[in-house]
Design a protein around this ligand. Structure first.
Ligand code: ADP
Ligand code: MG
Ligand code: ZN
Length: 616
């Protein structure tokens, strides 16, 4: 709406300017004196007139007496001057002695004055309609060129150019891509050997692991143009647009070969065909087909390599993965501790770190963080440092940012009643105590009753080192820890006082139990089989579309197995909390005073050594 008003204002300004320019054409530099035709007749008869200029319906009179101003008379339009003089009975000889010039009506001004009254409103209306239609199209305001691809060719300017040096860690991935760089640099070498250069490379990895970054680095290393388009950009408003964009994209790339075509988030178009329901999937299929056609269409040694990225390789259409298309796959995994340290080093550049910040320790403390998370973490710390007027980024700020990246910003301002505060304390203490005393849970790093993001309070636990597999025992203990909050609330306040607080914990626990039974084959009764094909065809309809590929009888067993796991988790949590009631009470007391308890303090409390210092 704001836009509309702005555009409107523009039109009006332009029209004003136009009108002003047009009317200027009709103004003389010095405004002549307007007189009547009778005056002119008298002047002519008295021989006072030097010359006359006639333009359209204006008679401009220059008098012999130079001290007198020029005169201007309006005559009827289309009437000839001599005729007029004749009619008024002026002596033709006298008229003849005057220098009469009839000026041609000059083209533009003439037409402008004639047409302007019609043209201006028309322009106005057309302009208005145009802007209105732009508004209606909203997102798709690139209406004019919707068939052409919006692929951006990354400028080869040195600043934004990425190389493998910018990518920390990811050694295996870089090694594989090294080869691609070689293909792009020396296509001939491979052609001479009769080798076919692969057409497609698929980068697979969790979000934020640096897939886009790596693709750019490949282009940078090889020094070739880089055409970047995101899968979701294909799927826009008009049917058939995606396909034509693909065509256009490949044409551009072929012209500048060697080049890289980078299709980011290819799962947006490359999902299994014929699986979705209604709506846009036709469009997706067309786009996907076009990608396949284009990839088959170009010569293998042309030097165009398609790099695609996805974090959902499992949903991709098989046709994309068959040989001759994306037959190179590069898996980019979450960074391990060494990689994390290296990534932190890259992003710590230009950020003044205090001496107490050790990147190695930071890397230890951030298992499961992706490259993007780590970058974000340091950035948050830098922002916090500015906000708190610190000269350097210190340990405390870094800790704070870890929590912020993990859980969202603190909600210190939310006022909690003493009663709610106590209940949150019991809830979180429930999680923490169960997590601390069960052998297979990750160590508790922090317990807090200050809300963060969606959570009212939080208990942070994190493994000491990177984990590659999860074991049943850990799942069971984790599930008990999830139940800890619920169990504690129920134990202290009774069923009547139970709140909505634990609902998300229960959901998480239920989902975990469901996965254990249905996907991981972790149920004794049901054995090693995957139940249901939950393809998540369409994000929102996911639940509905869990394809049921088992009998009703099995469904009952699944249900009862899930319930068994959950009941077991609850019992475990109850047992721990009854056994460790004293520890729980101690922790709640601390939380009520300090609101947040860090790992070291937490351990001391568990060991019974309540810290008496620094109570605020
Ligand atoms: P993806 O495409 O896998 O979701 P991106 O390539 O967009 O992830 O990564 C996001 C950001 O995270 C990058 O711009 C980069 O700054 C940072 N990043 C990720 N992985 C690395 C890495 N290995 N080394 C350095 N920075 C990284
Ligand atoms: Mg990306
Ligand atoms: Zn909870």
């Amino acid at each position: 709406m704001k836009n509309l008003i702005k555009n409107f204002a523009y039109i009006i300004v332009v029209l004003f300017l136009l009108a002003a320019v047009l009317s200027f054409g009709n103004f003389d530099k010095e405004k002549p004196e307007e007189t009547s035709i009778n005056t002119l007749v008298t002047e002519i008869q008295n021989d006072e007139v030097q010359s006359i200029e006639i333009q359209k319906d204006i008679i401009a009179v220059t008098l012999k007496d130079e001290s007198r101003a020029k005169q201007e008379i309006k005559k009827e339009y289309g009437q000839s001057f001599t005729e007029l003089m004749d009619n008024l009975g002026v002596d033709p000889a006298k008229v003849g002695s005057i220098d009469v010039k009839v000026k041609k009506e000059d083209g533009f001004a003439f037409w402008a004055t004639v047409l302007a009254p019609y043209l201006i409103p028309l322009l106005f209306i057309v302009g208005f309609i145009w802007f209105m239609s732009r508004q209606v199209q909203g997102v798709n305001n690139k209406a004019m060129g919707f068939g052409s691809s919006k692929a951006k060719e990354a400028k080869a300017d040195e600043k934004s150019k990425k190389t493998f040096k910018d990518v920390a860690g990811a050694v295996e991935a870089k090694e594989e891509l090294e080869e691609i760089v070689d293909f792009l640099k020396h296509p001939k070498k491979f052609a001479d050997m009769g080798a076919k250069i692969p057409k497609g490379v698929l980068l697979m990895g969790s979000p934020g692991t640096g897939k886009t970054l790596l693709a750019k680095a490949v282009a940078g290393e090889a020094g070739v143009p880089f055409f970047h388009i995101s899968g979701s950009e294909f799927v826009e408003m008009f049917v058939g647009v995606g396909a034509s964009r693909v065509r256009d994209l490949f044409n551009k790339a072929k012209k500048t070969a060697p080049a890289i075509v980078f299709i980011d988030e290819i799962d947006a178009v490359g999902r299994k065909r014929g699986a979705g329901l209604g709506g846009s999937h036709d469009e997706r299929e067309q786009t996907l087909n076009q990608i396949l056609v284009e990839m088959d269409g170009f010569e293998p040694n042309l030097g165009v390599i398609v790099v695609a990225a996805t974090n959902r390789p499992d949903v991709l259409d098989e046709a994309l993965l068959r040989p001759g298309r994306f037959d190179r796959r590069v898996v980019i995994s979450l960074p391990d501790i060494n990689d994390r340290e290296a990534i932190l080093k890259v992003h710590a550049q230009g950020k003044p770190l205090a001496d107490d910040v050790k990147l190695r320790t930071l890397a230890e403390r951030t298992p499961g963080f992706s490259g993007a998370d780590l970058e974000n973490l340091l950035n948050e710390a830098a922002i916090l440092a500015v906000r708190k007027n610190k000269k350097k980024i210190n340990e405390e700020l870094v800790r704070e940012s870890i929590d912020k990246v993990l859980l969202g910003p603190e909600k210190r301002s939310r006022v909690m009643s003493e009663k709610d505060k106590e209940m949150t304390a019991y809830h979180e203490a429930g999680h923490a105590i169960v997590g601390h005393f069960l052998p297979n849970c990750d160590p508790v790093r922090k317990v807090s009753i200050i809300g963060r993001g969606m959570a009212g309070g939080y208990t942070l636990s994190m493994p000491d080192s990177d984990k590659h597999y999860q074991r049943i025992a850990q799942f069971k203990d984790d599930m008990a820890m999830m139940m800890g909050g619920y169990v504690a609330e129920r134990m202290i306040y009774g069923l009547d006082q139970l709140t909505t607080g634990p609902s998300s914990d229960l959901k998480k626990a239920t989902q975990l139990a469901k996965k254990m039974v249905m996907q991981y084959g972790m149920s004794e009764e049901l054995g090693p089989r995957v139940y249901g094909e939950n393809e998540e065809m369409i994000f929102l309809a996911q639940e509905i579309h869990d394809k049921k590929n088992y009998s009703e009888k099995t469904a009952e067993t699944i249900d009862s197995e899930i319930n068994k796991l959950l009941a077991h988790a609850r019992e475990t949590a109850e047992r721990v909390l009854i056994d460790r009631r004293t520890e729980m009470e101690r922790l709640v007391k601390e939380l009520m005073v300090r609101e947040t308890v860090e790992q070291e303090a937490f351990k001391l409390i568990m060991d019974g050594e309540t810290e008496q210092e620094d109570k605020k």
